[in-house]
Write a protein that binds this ligand. Sequence first.
Ligand SMILES: Cc1cc2nc3c(=O)[nH]c(=O)nc-3n(C[C@H](O)[C@H](O)[C@H](O)COP(=O)(O)OP(=O)(O)OC[C@H]3O[C@@H](n4cnc5c(N)ncnc54)[C@H](O)[C@@H]3O)c2cc1C
Length: 539
Amino acid sequence: MNTPARKIPVLIVGGGPVGLALAAELGWRGIRCELVEQSDGAIATPKMNEVNTRTMEFCRRWGIADAVRNCPFPGDYSLDVVFVTSLCGHELARVRRPPRAQQKAESFSPERLQACSQLWFDPILRAFAQSQPSIALRYRTRLESFEASTDGVTAELHDLETGKRETVRADYLVGCDGAMSAIRETLGIGLGGQGVLGHPVHVFFRTPDLLGQCGKAPGVFFLAIDRNGLWANIRVIDPANGRWRLMTLDSDGRQRPDTVDRAALLQRAVGRHIDVEWQGVSVWTRRSVVADRYSQGRVFLAGDAVHQLSPTGALGMNTGIGDAVDLGWKLAATLDGWGGPGLLASYDAERRPIGLRNVGMAAEFYLAHGEFSGGIAAIEDDSEDGRQLRARLGESLARDVGRMFRTAGLQLGYRYENSPICVDDGTPPVPDDPEQFVASARPGSRAPHAPLADGRSTLDLFGRGFVLLRFGEAPAAALEYAAQTRRVPLIVTDINEPDAAALYGRKLVLVRPDGHVAWRGDALPTEADKLINFVRGKC
Ligand SMILES: Cc1cc2nc3c(=O)[nH]c(=O)nc-3n(C[C@H](O)[C@H](O)[C@H](O)COP(=O)(O)OP(=O)(O)OC[C@H]3O[C@@H](n4cnc5c(N)ncnc54)[C@H](O)[C@@H]3O)c2cc1C
């Protein structure tokens, strides 16, 4: 007799940062889930280096923001972005970004963007997910196939250590299986957009005091522009151990790691020979695409599986973690029995437009690099003409290419327009400016940060369930009752802070478990039960 398949509420495929973030979010909510990852989790060639402000806010909720802040990237290391003819050549412009330890608090968030390589970030997420009793992480385990029906998903897992195969039955399957997602392929979900933008080459190396060897002031990211145009960047990954990454913007598309002439690339980027310890080479494809759908029935997709974007702007993983947080509370609410049938369906409606927005901006940032190629033959000349050209170019580079480092609006200003579970209040949207973040409590927006008298942020009030913020006198019992009778977790929190009241703009503001505003008004609607049903996806 066949043993019945083991049952799992949520099966996550892929243990990259997005799968780990989803496991973290579900674990934090006490939802049982299993994550399978075909590799052993070791990161040979790290990609991601910048954890943006919104992701740091999620880390703050999970209680791991300090661990990310205290990662081995030194807090007193300059985050300057520098345009150079080569690392040892002329400096054209410097975008000043002070070390974290010297940064002033921002008015819009209790957190700041953090330099933290995937080398450290993934293990922090992994340790947090592993510490949750409801989460099982299985490395060296591959999803081989799956079949979804209206009442669940049957999946075949392959333990690559023992060779054992097992069939499991999950209520929901989430593919966080990266750009080449076999789950997306199996579902026949296509990708649309500009497609392939290039084939960059990564060269990882180690050398002590690289900037000292070149007589350059500290900085984190150096963009190299020579007479042929802007062609590469050199980024410090681990300053304490002299670990760097050289990345070409493109290549001829025929390179393989073993054919890349790493010494020639390094010589051109640095401007002279230096001794290094080589640490790895990879060639990857820069794409600009978004999936046609983020889900099908009981199968959901998140992260690079549904959006692949140029790393210009550091939005890839950060967008994927936004997916994980949006999907996480909806899965939890559905499994806990209070989420309505429309709740999980709202995942695609809310997150796909954000994928399109971020993929589009990242491509725009990348394409700006190409505008600096013609008429710059004198760029390296030690002449007056050369000096003047560098000064002119430096200004334009810092303004146009430097935009990708001024993204507060992109990081925090995304909002769920036309969401089927947010109640439009008829007010016009604030501008969605990539650089300038404009805080707003209009439904669909991230509920704004405001400091509270006890030292906390309003953001610290959100997470577990719905929170009805009350600024002044306004009856709220009808909504509490409507929520209680439907087992929707909701608490009412009074705030007596005029600045916060002004920012939120209404006496009552209903904030969802993911920290986005679901509804606001100066008084409850007459049918509070309809409001609760709407925001839980049960219209
Ligand atoms: C040069 C570069 C720099 C970048 N810098 C940044 C940055 O600063 N900030 C940022 O936000 N983003 C950045 N990104 C983007 C970021 O690295 C990706 O968006 C992110 O890694 C995607 O995470 P993911 O979990 O969706 O996918 P992945 O990291 O690709 O993980 C997918 C995982 O799924 C596993 N898998 C696949 N199929 C199966 C299967 N059948 N069974 C089991 N496991 C499976 C794979 O082994 C893999 O580990 C950068 C990217 C590049 C290339």
